[in-house]
Design a protein around this ligand. Structure first.
Ligand code: MN
Ligand code: MN
Length: 473
């Protein structure tokens, strides 16, 4: 057969070219891409923390006919076609669409994370210095500290009053809200700072947030600015300084997701890593048609700090929920739980670095992902010789390639960067350690972990299409 092909035809047949996904769009599909991005931008604006994202996912799940895990447990039975959501302490959630096969036959899972790099308030944050009220922070995840100064910031958090009442704080997102701010040194006085390495010019202890500057009117007392800030918090929200010591408060960039480019092809926002995969998975769970296998949208917390704790992927939460559902299917043996995991197929939905023309030296252009070339399969992650990586099995990738090609998904391969340039990890290895087949598959992006990051709308859309294809098989 091949002898009949010559030149261009033979080249087309034998070589693999990763196409630009915009060019693969069928007539009329451009609107679908743009509309999908609008929904994503709303999702980003409503959820700027793992808690807010969880709430938004639950809201959308309820609107799509999902019922709570607690309700299912009270009912005491499940059947195929049931749609269930289970919330993990308000910071993570898992959606199940139950298939005709029991869970021990395996699930199709897309796992992504809802937490993003940011600044957290310390336990005793509020102080006053030089007539300015400040909040002390401890950064969360891999941030470049110098990126967090001199930009408008918002505060999102959860506090509890002494009477147990929960207060959800959001300051800085409404256009009429004040924002917060971290100063940088004026260039006129930055001689010493400018000679430092970039990683040292702004320190972790230097990331203190301005929260006010009007003194409380009283000649008798010290720390008048601090008292005035506390009295405003108390007046508006009924909280006291002690309530901050047990609170969870995050500082994120203020403002909404925005289109980027004259052609509106990209989106800038806080927390694309990893809400771009989360949103794609969410919509794919809702839209996928698969009556046989149970399909699962898994949204976890704490990925950016190593997946530890009872809201991270390392926790037993997901396993426990699966065990409870198996029990309702009459599968009560520990073996059934083991089988449920070892028979499962997983896409670990996380972002990867796209080729950045401003920093071409860190990429291997033959193996790195490109913006606009669609969803990215990363066979392995890790650093220094794939260390710490889930290295997906070729046999499983046969399946992934088959479903992506069957559904015309525009996909590419992507290794995070050049060998020994750095590296990264995801939740992939955790589910793989339980016996599931797992591969990293997500959206390429630019400026990863910056306060405001960048993704392409077509890559977002192809990520959604890839997850839906994977669920449907
Ligand atoms: Mn991530
Ligand atoms: Mn990350």
């Amino acid at each position: 057969m091949l002898e009949e092909l010559k030149g261009k035809e033979l080249q087309k047949k034998l070589t693999k070219k990763f196409n630009n996904a915009w060019e693969q769009l069928k007539d009329g599909d451009l609107n679908k891409v743009m509309d999908f991005a609008e929904g994503y931008k709303e999702f980003l604006d409503k959820g700027k923390t793992e808690r807010e994202s969880t709430d938004e996912i639950v809201k959308q799940a309820l609107a799509n006919g999902y019922i709570s895990f607690e309700e299912i447990m009270a009912r005491g039975q499940i059947k195929s076609g049931d749609k269930i959501y289970a919330v993990n302490r308000g910071k993570g959630v898992v959606l199940f669409s139950i298939g005709t096969k029991s869970l021990d036959k395996g699930m199709r899972i897309v796992g992504s994370h809802l937490d993003a790099p940011r600044l957290d308030l310390k336990a005793n944050p509020l102080y006053e210095d030089g007539g300015i009220g400040m909040l002390k922070t401890h950064y969360y995840g891999g941030v470049k500290k110098y990126q967090w100064v001199a930009i408008p910031l918002a505060l999102h958090g959860v506090l509890f009053k002494k009477n147990g009442e929960k207060v959800n704080l959001v300051i800085g997102e409404d256009e009429k809200d004040p924002v917060l701010y971290i100063t940088d040194l004026l260039p006129h006085l930055a001689k010493d700072q400018m000679e430092k390495k970039m990683g040292e010019g702004i320190t972790g202890e230097g990331l203190n947030v301005i929260i006010g500057s009007i003194p409380y009117k009283d000649d008798e007392i010290e720390e008048k600015v601090k008292l005035n800030i506390l009295s405003i918090f108390n007046e508006r929200y009924g909280i006291e300084e002690e309530d901050f010591t047990i609170a969870e408060i995050e500082i994120v960039p203020a403002g909404k997701a925005r289109d980027v480019g004259i052609d509106r092809s990209l989106i800038s926002a806080h927390g694309h890593d990893d809400r771009v995969c989360s949103y794609s998975a969410l919509k794919a769970v809702f839209d996928a048609k698969n009556s046989e296998e149970t399909i699962v949208g898994l949204f976890v917390d704490k990925e950016e700090v190593g997946s530890m704790g009872n809201t991270g992927m390392e926790s037993t939460f997901f396993e426990n929920v699966v065990a409870e559902l198996l029990n309702l299917q009459g599968k009560t043996s520990y073996l059934d739980l083991k089988r449920a995991f070892s028979n499962s197929k997983v896409l670990s939905g996380d972002v990867t670095a796209g080729f950045d023309p401003n920093f071409p030296d860190v990429h291997d252009k033959r193996n790195g992902a490109f913006i606009g070339k669609g969803v990215t399969i990363s066979k392995y992650t890790g650093s220094r010789g794939k260390s710490g990586s889930n290295d997906a099995n070729a046999e499983f990738l046969v399946h992934v390639r088959e479903v992506f090609n069957k559904h015309d998904v525009t996909w590419q391969v992507g290794e995070l960067g050049k060998v020994d340039q750095g590296g990264g990890g995801t939740i992939a290895y955790i589910l793989a350690n339980k016996g599931a087949e797992v591969v990293d598959c997500g959206t390429p992006m630019l400026s990863m972990h910056a306060p405001v990051e960048l993704v392409s709308k077509i890559d977002l859309y192809e990520t959604y299409r890839a997850y839906k294809a994977f669920y449907q098989g």
